[in-house]
Structure formats: structure tokens, C-alpha cells
Design a binder for this molecule. Structure first.
Ligand SMILES: [Zn+2]
Length: 134
């Protein structure tokens, strides 16, 4: 039986108490998660766990599912979200530069400005599937 969503949510709700660490051999990140039994602690990542449920039942346990959910929430923004943010920053920054006296054709001399223009162009071309001219 797969872990119940409510059980996963209950583990996830205590994520502030997890201890994040890395496996010595290969640097793979995992978490120490306290079990319901007093004193029980499991070593868990998104694909496996040391709890008895993970050992004895098919499918991921509630700890692994909670870790997967936790990592997904912390994942970097999607390209689309990043693009929106860059464009908003870009408009704001351009206004500031113009306010302090930059001419429009001088804006590209500002490294932050020109780098962001290039970044936006890359993301936009990735979104449309077009290739960027070097
Ligand atoms: Zn588990």
C-alpha cells in the first residue's frame, strides 16, 4: 500500500526538524528524519529510506515522499518564472538608469543591463525552441 497523503503531509510539516546531511562516499544529500516511535530516526532521500515501511512494503514510504515534495518546493524557479522576473527587473533597472542620466543607447554599457539582456534572449529562445546566434 502506498503512503497516505495525510501521512506524507504530517512528515512534511515537521521538515524544520529534519537534519540535512550528505553521504560521505559520494556527497549524495539525505535527511535524518525522526519517526513516530520515540527515539527512532531514519535516513531518507527521495528514493529510499531506512524505515521498516520502506524495507517491507512496495513503493516509497511517507518519508521519501515527503522529501521528494520538500525538494520539489525548493527547486529553482522554472525558466518561465525566471524570465518573467528578469523582464520585471529589467524594466525597473532601465528606469533607474535613465533616471540617473543614462541615455538609452548608453544602457548596454552597463554590465548588469547587457548581461540581463543576453540572459533574457537565451531564455526566450529556449522557450521558443529557436537557436541563439552566437
Ligand atoms: Zn521511511
Amino acid at each position: 500500500m502506498a503512503a497516505r497523503p495525510a501521512a506524507v503531509a504530517s512528515v512534511l510539516a515537521r521538515s524544520a526538524q529534519w537534519t540535512s546531511t550528505r553521504r560521505k562516499s559520494d556527497g549524495k544529500p539525505f535527511y535524518y528524519i525522526q519517526g513516530n516511535t520515540p527515539g527512532s530516526v531514519y535516513m531518507t532521500d527521495a528514493t529510499g529510506c531506512t524505515c521498516s515501511s520502506a524495507q517491507n512494503r512496495p513503493g516509497p514510504c511517507k518519508h521519501s515522499l515527503a522529501v521528494a515534495e520538500y525538494l520539489a518546493r525548493r527547486a529553482p524557479k522554472s525558466d518561465a518564472a525566471l524570465l518573467e522576473q528578469l523582464k520585471a527587473d529589467h524594466v525597473r533597472h532601465a528606469k533607474v538608469l535613465v533616471c540617473v542620466g543614462w541615455e538609452h543607447d548608453e544602457l548596454y554599457q552597463n554590465p548588469m543591463y547587457s548581461q540581463r539582456v543576453a540572459h533574457i534572449a537565451r531564455l526566450e529562445s529556449a522557450a521558443t525552441g529557436a537557436t541563439v546566434a552566437a
